[in-house]
Design a protein around this ligand. Sequence first.
Ligand code: PMP
Length: 427
Amino acid sequence: MPFTDNRRFKAHPRIVVGAKDMYYISDDGREILDGTAGLWCVNAGHCRPKIVEAVRQQVGQLDYAPPFRMGHPGAFELSERLIRFFPGGFDHVFFGNSGSEAVESALKIAIAYHRVRGEASRTRLIGRERGYHGVGFGGISVGGIGPVRKAFGSLLPGVDHLPHTHNLEQNAFSRGQPQWGAHLADELERLVQLHDASTIAAVIVEPVAGSTGVLIPPVGYLERLRGICDRHGILLIFDEVITAFGRLGASSATEYFGVVPDMITIAKGLTNATVPMGAVLTRPGIYEAFMNAAPENAIELAHGYTYSGHPLACAAALATLEVYEEEGLFAHAQELSTYWEESVQGLKGLPHVIDIRNLGLVAGIELESIPGKVGERATQCLIQCFERGLMIRVTGDIIALSPPLIIRPEHIDRMMEILSTVLQKVD
Ligand code: PMP
């Protein structure tokens, strides 16, 4: 099983057999409140009839269409919808099947983009410590998580990392964006001096780092990254696999922070996780660079997947976007974010809690680790929460919460009740 302590799982198997709206149903028939929207992806809640019906209809009408030298209307319709859906002026879309594939696509587009413009020396990629960008070789190379990288050799050459922005001494229990840390973006300027801008293709960051424990960007940090990239002709990629589709109470982090990158990667909430799908959106000039390249630089973007723009995924995504809009789910998330902040920050003072971070409808609760047993305390919380009817996610000793956006105050109260009981009991 992926990212699972397989030996230990057998001792505490957690199996779900059904789901509806805010709840999973476990194999022993219990309702489990979904505190994580699956894996940050079921943003509209589970088994929404409109999405289920759209997929059902599509599978009976056009089950599959090759995306190479052919198309089907759903993929074009979805591209048009996504371009209008996200502010920021993105004007082209490239589809894959997951967040990892979206990231690989974005990194390859970045390098090839410079090449078709006659700057083939720009191949270096810059990620960030504690960044998670999926599990392709590109993604783990720009990603900054030791355990995800260390079994796989030397990875991509020519990759560097910015420092992460997590600092308990400066920022513990910040509500929303921490005040301290914007200057850490200036490390990019140092890397430019070190390697020379003419060798750097792109910088990729998660605007809010999710998988390593909900790290919220300091005030001014993303703006500073944007400024440095602009000065040196470096493409800025926001990996919005978690932050797009309402998690922050806006369509995207791009909209929420008002900082527009050159590409965004999306997945997860794109189809409400009903059918796997990921995509890259690019800003004006990127597609045109390939179309209008001088003959000596011209190359095709030789990249794509058998299931790029799969008809079922397109149908699911189009229905999902309708649900988000008809139900005003992003505005709902925005409205509830104050109640959410008060509730999660209310866990301060409970045993072992050394930091709480929140933004929109996402939160990270960091626990002190048991010496020599990193992750043990949070794993105990996960097991006990599940037994009491709440699904949480843990990473190291950080509990991450990201409920479906249809959540109501009474669900938040129930989540906090279970969490505080468990935090008081856990060793
Ligand atoms: N990027 C980010 C920011 C993610 O959070 C994830 C998944 N958690 C990925 C990429 C990879 O997505 P997938 O698991 O769909 O490949």
